[in-house]
Design a protein around this ligand. Structure first.
Ligand code: SF4
Length: 455
């Protein structure tokens, strides 16, 4: 079980030397118990105590880096059952399955889809993160040939090699030397050999109780027995699969796994979960994947990645993996949209990310170069900020005066969102010499509004 702040305090040097940045050892201990500070911040903890504290303060779901370089992704590190308890930490990885039975041309086109899957949404780059290469042929040479293509064409994409055959795993993993791949397919029969392969090649081991992969289909009990055995062999970087494939079983097992890890600190199930969502019907596949995104999968394998499906899953993932206590926000600034001149219109809005990206997108759509004044309202949207007293006439006037926008434009007109039309008179009172124009209530009215003014 995790140590409490007081238990941690008892292990600290108790000199209150402040080198950690906290006034007392007790204050540091409390922060450490909440996972808000690293043990390394205190230079005076002896090594053996440090190790004990590191184990006690480690997140209940193990943190594992998958892949290397810019495209590497972190798995696990989760600490809660519900997002509103704190936050979900590392967004689940979405992987595209590539079967080794496909032709070279088909493998190449799947790789292209992965490489071109990136989109930008509210300032974040979202994409298909990994490739799951499956040994459908059951033939080592075929798997190795497909692996060669993937290793050449998608050299920096994190890879999951799916095979229960240790001979195939041993050969194919060499194509991904030093790339920290996952070898998925360890079961009760091959656990020892597979553990030795990942140890030699510094890979991650995918452990399964799935009957299709040599397990008995014994679910979580079998799974925890295998992970304990593998850990005793010196391998602790694992992702786990209970073998569930039906939606209700995935939901049940993923929930039981997370609950066991978080509430009971049950280490044999304290690993990131991999979910295989492949279905013939793409819509059903998207629904299964959505269950995985919402309920605790750290990796979700798909058979196809149509744009509509990516967009839905990326959006769901992004929404769930933001910190509910910290609104997404952009920097307060005067943003140029297009190439505005001193005669270009000036619009104002708040700094909630979604508001900013929607408004700036609609201004771009209008093709009317403009200035967009984005005011810091602690990441709140226009109406919420107004209701909270953060988007008021006084504050808007002060922001406009201090922003320096008067040096960029010749006119003195500001366009405010239609939802706060009520502020127009008060802003004119506080901003001497300025005219306030009320813009559309909804952002999608901006293109027509700006074009009609420019005509
Ligand atoms: S650096 Fe270590 S010993 Fe010093 S106050 Fe912080 S926790 Fe205590």
């Amino acid at each position: 079980m995790a140590l409490t702040g007081v238990e941690i305090f008892k292990l600290l040097p108790k000199t209150n030397c402040k080198k950690c940045g906290y006034p007392t050892c007790l204050a540091f201990a409390m922060k450490l118990a909440q996972g808000q500070v690293s043990i390394d911040s205190c230079p005076d903890i002896p090594e053996d105590i440090k190790q004990k504290l590191a184990e006690a303060s480690a997140p209940p779901v193990k943190s594992i880096m998958f892949g290397v370089g810019d495209r590497a992704v972190k798995l696990g590190e989760e600490t809660v059952l519900f997002r509103h308890d704190k936050r979900f930490v590392n967004p689940c990885v979405i992987a595209l399955e590539i079967k080794d039975t496909l032709s070279e041309a088909d493998i190449n086109s799947k790789i292209e889809l992965v490489l071109n899957s990136e989109i930008e949404r509210v300032g974040q780059k979202l994409r298909i993160d990994a490739i799951a290469l499956t040994n459908d042929s059951n033939n080592v040479s075929k798997l190795n040939a497909a692996a060669k293509i993937v290793a050449t064409k998608a050299s920096d994409v994190p890879i999951i090699i799916c095979t229960g055959n240790p001979e195939a795993a041993e050969i194919v993993v060499k194509q991904f030397a030093d790339k920290k791949p996952i070898i998925y397919g360890a079961n009760p029969e091959n656990a020892e050999t597979m553990a030795n392969i990942v140890k030699t090649h510094k890979a991650i081991l995918g452990v399964t109780a799935s009957a299709a992969f040599g397990g008995s289909g014994g679910g979580l009990t079998e799974l925890s027995t295998i992970t304990e055995k593998i850990k005793s062999l010196g391998v602790d970087d694992m992702v786990i699969d209970s073998g569930a494939r039906k939606a209700k079983d995935i939901l049940r097992d993923n929930t039981l796994i997370r609950r066991a890890a978080v509430k009971k600190n049950f280490k044999p199930l304290g690993y990131p979960v991999i979910t295989f969502a492949q279905r013939e019907d793409s819509l059903i596949e998207a629904l299964i994947a959505a269950i995985g995104v919402a309920k605790y999968s750290s990796i979700i394998v798909l058979s196809s990645i149509e744009k509509w499906k990516n967009l839905s899953l990326f959006t769901l993932r992004q929404n769930l993996y933001t910190d509910p206590q910290v609104p997404m926000q952009v920097k307060q600034n005067i943003y140029k949209i297009g190439e505005p001149t001193p005669d270009s219109p000036l619009l104002i809005t708040t700094n909630f990310s979604l508001t900013y990206f929607i408004v700036s997108g609609e201004i771009e759509n209008s093709k009317v170069p403009s200035y967009l004044a984005v005011m810091d309202c602690e990441g709140l949207s226009v109406l919420t900020a107004w209701a909270a007293g953060k988007f008021t006439a006084t504050k808007i006037a002060q922001f406009v005066k201090e922003s320096g926008v008067e040096n960029n434009i010749k006119h003195r007109e500001i366009i405010i969102p239609g939802y706060v039309a009520i502020l127009s008179g008060a802003i004119e009172d506080k901003l001497e010499g300025w005219k306030v124009t009320v813009g559309p209530r909804e952002a999608n009215g901006i293109p027509a509004f700006l074009r009609s003014r420019a005509a």
